[in-house]
Write a protein that binds this ligand. Structure first.
Ligand code: TYD
Length: 242
């Protein structure tokens, strides 16, 4: 696992070329950011918890027929992944209304959304990730209608599998964001990560938040305990590497 050059340094992950041209090495750093990266803190071991949680979720999705970029987790915070050309769309799935949805639309906080809402935002900090629709996506040239349909179908399938998996761990999947990319053969695979950074996760009993929303609300001292709670609930003891 030799890192070659850094090819992308994101807000919380660094992506390196690997000696294998079809793979990349993704380092999950301990940074936590909010508000388009305006607020930033370092949280001890956060990168490892997210990498392990994300790897576990990707493996569960693979077992359920959803292809992901995950290959291996050789170190707690280092993932080997298939190299993808990422599509600059954040696909957000919502099962319960909250967050930006209720700030923008007259929908009651906590309302169950059935069927779930699938929303696509343009991944671009300079433009503050504006919401897209099919014609805007096509005008920007970032995906075809067929690809938009594939993203929607995959996001809904991920929602189904993940909702059931987390339910068994006593966690409600309120909403989440996923990103996809194309492999060298043009297949669309799930990429990036699925971790408490990009999901709203509520304890099924208490409805306590177990995700990055705590950091967004300034409850910095509670964030890592929440991430560790998710880790403890979804990672079996014999798979715990930290
Ligand atoms: P949303 O309600 O749109 O965002 P907020 O209220 O934080 O402005 O977020 C829906 C879900 O998608 C939530 O679980 C966080 C996740 N998400 C990201 O991970 N990154 C993003 O850039 C956005 C917009 C959402």
């Amino acid at each position: 696992m030799d890192k070659k050059e850094l090819i992308n340094c994101g807000k919380v992950k660094s992506v390196y070329n690997s000696t294998n041209d079809d793979e990349v090495i993704i380092e999950f750093r301990d940074d936590m950011t909010a508000g388009d990266g305006e607020r930033k803190e370092v949280m001890n071991n956060k990168g490892a918890y997210n990498a392990i949680i994300s790897s576990k979720i990707f493996k569960v999705l693979e077992e359920n027929g959803i292809e992901t970029q995950f290959i291996d987790l050789p170190e707690p915070n280092v993932m080997i992944a298939k190299k993808l050309e990422m599509i600059p769309i954040e696909v957000i799935v919502r099962n319960i209304a909250t967050g930006s949805l209720i700030r923008k639309y007259p929908i009651a906080d906590g309302k169950r959304l059935n069927p779930p809402i699938v929303q696509m935002d343009y991944k671009d900090d300079e433009y503050h990730d504006p919401m897209l629709n099919d014609s805007i996506i096509k005008a920007l040239g970032i995906a075809t209608q067929e690809e938009i349909d594939i993203l929607t179908e995959k996001a809904l399938k991920i929602n189904e599998v993940l909702t059931a998996f987390l339910k068994d761990a006593g966690i409600i999947l309120v909403d989440f964001k996923v990103e996809f990319g194309k492999d060298k053969d043009g297949n669309i695979l799930l990429g990036d990560e699925i971790s408490p950074d990009g999901c709203r996760l509520w304890d099924s009993q208490t409805l306590d938040m177990l995700d990055k929303e705590l950091f967004r609300k300034g409850k910095d001292s509670e964030v890592m305990d929440a991430y560790i709670e998710v880790y403890n609930r979804i990672i079996p003891d014999d798979e715990k590497v930290i």
